[in-house]
Design a binder for this molecule. Structure first.
Ligand code: ATP
Ligand code: MN
Ligand code: MN
Length: 362
């Protein structure tokens, strides 16, 4: 079962899943600098250092007040030498020369621009940059570049996708989803997950998890896609069929990605008026439909944040000797698989309680 030892009020846990975090970030000046360093490491393929900077930023975000001196940071976990050096410089000079250098770097700027397109990741961005391309116009007029379907949609609806989705827009999309489910299968329900479930006011997309009656989960998403198509509100869809097989649990490579039926969509959201002169805007929507008995794990896994999930798995493994992923919780020592997780089981409530208590924006 998931039991969390209480951390003393003064100590900050090295696990994101044990830190209370408010929606207010009192250390923006530091976390924004650390995010630049994290992104720069990601663009250089340096995952370890990227994670280090993200962990440091997450710790600072969780603090109830602004850091006043670098000495205060000494009692904090997850702050490596590089992060500390940046904090020190910002405390002394108000900014970091390293961060400014990166922000002025042509490669960093171009990679960031290209990665802001839906469907473009660091690898593609780098290959474009290495060919000497620096602007969208250059990419779009370069004859040797063939965009895939996702990138084509990404460029086509770039303006819309770049505008953060509000809570009100997420609620309107939920109604669209509910209307579709009522038509497809009235016993299926939909819940908002991702950042909005953590209380965020804006998101880059809207994430939904569908709870379908037992054995009906695989039919739901293709039906939603079909329904949206017939209503002429679907701009792009990438459906991934479930590869989940209960008999294959435990899956020894506990993964961040899950095997449930899911889809990544671009949908038209009706609006009164829009900057573009249309009466709709394009919004990114993610849907996942796990088997009913896997719902609690999937809900937990899709609520995020990415670092929270990562640390929850790390906590389960290192502090509790258990393996957790979006499909299951697995006991390493007794080789017990918590196969039959029902809604009324203690574990489910422990997990839920846990989300409510700790899972606020990181
Ligand atoms: P934002 O508000 O910017 O959208 P977010 O926290 O909602 O932030 P998302 O990228 O939408 O970020 O991801 C939400 C959660 O869904 C994360 O915890 C992530 O781990 C999970 N997730 C996203 N894609 C997948 C996937 N393909 N398989 C499993 N889990 C995923
Ligand atoms: Mn999201
Ligand atoms: Mn998402």
């Amino acid at each position: 079962c998931v039991h969390l030892s209480a951390t003393p009020e003064s100590a900050v846990s090295p696990y994101a899943c044990q830190r209370r975090t408010t929606l207010e970030n009192h250390n923006k000046i530091f976390t924004e600098a650390l995010e630049v360093l994290a992104l720069n490491s990601e663009f250089s393929g340096n995952q370890g250092s990227c994670l280090g900077f993200r962990r440091a930023a997450s710790v600072l975000k969780s603090l109830p007040a602004a850091l006043r001196s670098p000495e205060e940071a000494l009692r904090l976990p997850c702050l490596g030498d590089n992060s500390r050096a940046v904090l020190e410089e910002i405390c002394e000079c108000g900014s970091s020369s390293r961060v400014e250098e990166i922000q002025n770097d042509q490669r960093y700027r171009t990679m960031k621009l290209f990665c802001s397109v839906f469907g473009v990741g660091p690898k593609t961005a780098e290959s474009w940059f290495c060919r000497g391309l620096k602007t969208f116009e250059q990419v779009l007029t370069e004859p040797s570049i063939r965009l895939n379907r996702m990138q084509t949609a990404g460029f086509l609806f770039y303006e819309d996708i770049s505008v953060p989705v509000s809570r009100a827009e997420a609620a309107a999309l939920k109604m669209m989803m509910e209307e579709a489910l009522l038509f497809i299968n009235p016993s299926a329900t939909v819940t908002i997950t991702g950042g909005f479930r953590r209380g965020k006011e804006f998101g880059h997309d809207v994430d939904f998890i569908i709870k379908a009656p037992e054995g009906q989960e695989d039919r739901i998403l293709p039906a939603v896609i079909k329904r949206f198509k017939s209503q002429n509100v679907l701009l792009y869809s990438d459906f991934q069929k479930s590869t989940f097989d209960l008999r294959q649990l435990p899956n020894h490579r506990f993964e961040a990605m899950d095997r449930f039926s899911k889809c990544f969509l671009l949908v038209k959201l009706q609006m009164q008026e829009s900057r573009t002169g249309r009466n709709w805007r394009a919004v990114r929507v993610d849907l996942v439909a796990p088997p009913l008995e896997r719902f609690p794990y999937a809900l937990l896994g899709w609520t995020g944040s990415t670092l929270f999930e990562r640390d929850l798995r790390r906590f389960a493994r290192l502090e509790r000797g258990k393996l957790l992923d979006n499909h299951t919780l697995y006991d390493k020592t007794t080789v017990t698989l918590y196969h039959t997780l029902h809604y009324h089981s203690i574990l489910f409530y422990a997990i839920l309680l846990y989300i409510v208590q700790y899972n606020i924006v990181l």
